[in-house]
Design a binder for this molecule. Structure first.
Ligand code: SAH
Ligand code: SF4
Length: 391
């Protein structure tokens, strides 16, 4: 019998950076870029302007070929291409769902794969970004959690997903003058593969570029980071990133949550709620989203709904009900629609917004929790999954 995966890994064992190679300017903070440009001999009095020009080419025009950067001298362009690269993950395949959702399978340096998903909606378009290859956590309802291979994505690989989606949407040429409301890619959610708060620094550095007015330029309120409940990093998210927060809640007793979201054994419901109540940016305009996956006969009773309302009392919140998305071998079933409706009504009556998330891109396995690298799709046996879920 195989031992089940540990609840967490020592964060230090997961490298933050990749083995060295040519220096990639994509994902590099402005401060580091200034240093690197000075190192290659850029005159000190020009260096800020050069960095600003590079940022504009990379993040506002989508250019990844130094030789096309027409406002830089030919010699300087040659020097840049000798010393640096502009690298994003390689798109291995793209699938389009009948509902317009697009899923990209991306290959990273070293051959690992992740997925990113673009979801068009009325008046906005959201890119769901991955932060790790696989996930060290083993939530029993999540396909990503069955993937064994794990490494952190670099800031360049995280920002790179946004650049790739913009390439595919053909949005670069239409960006001039477009504001957040008219952009095709107007929102970013850290809800792809991985636990973003177990790759905190890289996620933070990438999101700083996404939010920077000279970078991708999305307002911090258009970025939502979803965590399974890594309590010690929650207040840092407000202080050092400032984006909106979503929490994968999914269970209203420790007994249920231990099984669904095993990180609960480390930081239980009480500890998590306490951390959320102390979330520095909490207000009615910046509510925390409680994600709640609806699993038939596991966490979808009316009693669960009442308990949920009681637990989150006093926290400015909205509750996002996610009908469980099945994947091959998954040990659970989606709650019946009338049950989801009953659950939603209880929450609604208690004064909370309780949108039910319409499953998107299910036909291409792009819905929440269905992501997994293609090379890893060979399944664990049903028995193995059921044993890990403790059911
Ligand atoms: N690791 C982070 C972010 C990625 S998961 C987290 O757990 O929050 C993004 C969301 O999809 C989470 O709320 C997660 O609980 C949910 N999810 C995972 N598997 C799912 C499934 N099979 N069906 C529906 N939602 C799922
Ligand atoms: Fe990891 Fe989130 Fe999936 Fe849990 S739900 S296994 S934390 S990606």
């Amino acid at each position: 019998m195989k031992p089940s995966a540990p609840i967490t890994h020592d964060l230090l064992t997961i490298p933050r950076t990749l083995p060295s190679g040519p220096v990639n300017l994509i994902g590099m903070s402005r401060a580091v870029m200034l240093e690197k440009l000075l190192e290659i001999g850029t005159p000190e009095k020009q260096v800020k302007m050069r960095a600003a020009q590079l940022w504009q080419w990379i993040y506002q025009k989508g250019e990844r070929n130094f030789s096309h950067m027409s406002n830089l001298s030919k010699n300087y362009r040659e020097l840049l291409s000798e010393k640096f690269i502009l690298d994003v993950p390689k798109v291995i395949s793209k699938q389009c769902s009948k509902d317009g959702t697009r899923k990209y399978l991306l290959q990273l340096a070293g051959g690992h794969e992740v997925e990113a998903v673009y979801i068009p909606e009325e008046g906005r378009g959201t890119l769901c970004v991955s932060s790790q290859v696989g996930c060290t956590l083993t939530c029993s309802f999540c396909h990503t959690g069955t993937q064994k291979l794990v490494r952190n994505l670099t800031p360049g690989e995280i920002v790179g997903q946004v650049l790739i989606a913009r390439d595919d949407l053909g949005e670069w040429k239409n960006l001039n003058g477009a504001n957040n409301e008219t952009r095709l890619l107007s929102n970013v959610v850290l809800m792809g593969m991985g636990e973003p708060l177990y790759n905190f620094e890289n996620v933070r550095d990438a999101l700083k570029i996404v939010m920077d007015p000279e970078g991708i330029c999305l307002s911090r309120k258009r970025i939502t980071l979803s965590t399974s409940g890594v309590v010690p990093e929650i207040s840092r998210t407000a202080d050092e990133i400032g984006c909106l927060l979503a929490v994968s809640f999914h269970g209203t007793t420790d007994e249920i949550r231990d099984k669904l979201v095993p990180i609960n054994k480390k930081w239980n419901i009480e500890t998590l709620i306490k951390a959320l109540k102390g979330y520095p940016r909490l207000s009615n305009s910046e509510r925390i989203t409680f994600e709640y996956v609806m699993i038939k006969d596991v966490n979808d009773s009316e009693l669960d709904a009442y308990r949920l309302v009681k637990l989150i009392a006093g926290i400015p919140a909205k509750i996002n009900l996610i009908p469980f998305n099945e994947w091959p071998g998954s040990p659970y079933r989606r709650s019946e629609w009338p049950q989801i409706k009953k659950f939603a009504d209880i929450i609604h009556r208690a004064g909370y917004a309780s949108p039910v998330r319409t499953p998107r891109g299910e036909d291409i396995m792009a819905a929440c929790g269905q992501l997994k690298s293609e090379t890893e799709r060979q399944q664990k046996s049903k028995k193995e999954i059921t044993m890990e879920a403790g059911i």
